[in-house]
Design a protein around this ligand. Structure first.
Ligand SMILES: NC(=O)c1ccc[n+]([C@@H]2O[C@H](COP(=O)([O-])OP(=O)(O)OC[C@H]3O[C@@H](n4cnc5c(N)ncnc54)[C@H](OP(=O)(O)O)[C@@H]3O)[C@@H](O)[C@H]2O)c1
Length: 322
């Protein structure tokens, strides 16, 4: 099989396309024929050497969609469509940047769909993150205000659509004024330009603060995001676009405004159940949700796909189709 292997962390040029034997499924594992996968920021960080636990050489890729090729335990049928994500794939063991992957059966979600592999490839990690952040962590409700910090990210764009469907008023940020129209076209009610100090702008438009806040930029802006929240409001930390994920000298009573709740969501810890996953696919099939797929690449062009993500100009999900 063909696989994109990373022998050393570094730039996108470090991916080596090579021929490897198709791996064999062991105990509790399933061999998947990979059909497509979405690119993720965490893969970009791993590529740069910012994931200390990852040992090289490694085939990256924390998610994919594909068909079951062989399940020695007989739980999954050959040809069954499955999605796989997280559970340390592409980190502790080889992931989806290949024609085949051997994955633990426990991280596979079977589904039915007539969508193209390109569309399906965009869904797993993006949907799980958005659903988990909005419903499980933030507990969004109709008529609430929602601030999405990092609105032009693929997660931010899907979060906008899902929250809009639920009847929330959406405020979203970008650092670049020229991206305002992109956000408005995606359903955002109000755009704020993020210069790092958002709370003063938010308080000018929403004196009582915002009910729910999805923080995707990182710990560098988290304190300011907490200041944007209404009394009793909730901030969910779910992304680190700025590649900052720790806070030195954390003093909770100075950091968190009284009554504001700070939570987080990670797909690695809590998986959304398969019925919600299937319902989301049906929503996409019905045209109720538009997947913002920015660009589609072949496996041979994995370096170009990473370069696009590095450039922050994708404005949607980057997908690789095998
Ligand atoms: N919690 C989880 O389980 C989970 C799962 C998947 C992903 N994530 C995280 O969610 C975040 C979004 O992922 P994604 O794949 O949707 O990202 P993406 O589409 O690659 O995001 C691109 C956008 O990020 C913004 N950006 C980049 N660098 C930034 C910086 N230093 N400061 C502020 N904004 C910056 C840019 O927006 P502008 O140029 O418009 O400002 C750019 O348009 C990532 O941090 C990712 O790791 C979390």
């Amino acid at each position: 099989m063909r696989a994109a292997v990373l022998y050393y962390p570094g730039g996108p040029e470090n991916f080596i396309l090579e021929q490897r034997p198709v791996p064999v499924a062991g105990d509790g594992q399933v061999l998947i024929k990979v059909k497509a996968f979405g690119l993720n920021r965490s893969e970009l960080m791993t590529r740069k050497g910012l994931s200390p636990s990852v040992v090289f050489p490694r085939v990256l890729g924390i998610e994919c969609v594909g068909e079951v090729e062989n399940d020695p335990a007989g739980v999954f049928k050959k040809g069954e469509k499955v999605a796989a994500f997280m559970g340390e794939m592409g980190r502790a063991y080889d992931g989806s940047y290949a024609e085949y992957a051997v994955l633990p059966g426990s991280i596979l979600t079977p589904f039915h769909s007539h969508l193209s592999w390109e569309q399906l490839g965009a869904i797993p990690e993006m949907f799980q993150t958005v659903y988990g952040s909005l419903h499980l962590a933030l507990g969004i409700k109709k008529n609430e205000t929602l601030l999405i910090r990092g609105g032009t990210s693929s997660i931010g764009m899907l979060a906008t659509q899902i929250a809009k469907k639920e009847g929330l008023y959406i405020v979203a940020t970008t650092r670049k004024p020229e991206k305002e129209q992109l956000l408005l076209d995606n359903g955002v009610d109000e755009v704020l330009i993020d210069d790092g100090n958002l709370s003063s702008k938010v308080k000018a438009s929403f004196p009582a603060g915002i009910d729910k806040i999805l923080e995707l930029v990182g710990t560098g802006t988290l304190k300011d995001s907490l200041q944007c929240a209404a009394q009793g409001g909730t901030v969910c930390m779910a992304g680190m676009l700025s590649e900052q994920w720790s806070i030195s000298d954390f003093a909770p009573m100075e950091y968190i405004p009284a009554t504001v709740r700070l939570t987080m969501y990670s797909t690695g810890q809590i998986r959304v159940n398969k019925e919600h996953f299937q319902a989301f696919i049906r929503d996409v099939e019905a045209g109720n949700i538009k997947l913002n797929i920015s660009c589609t690449f072949k496996l041979d062009d994995i370096a170009a796909a990473h370069r696009l993500m590095d450039s922050n100009s994708a404005d949607g999900k980057i997908v690789v189709v095998i």
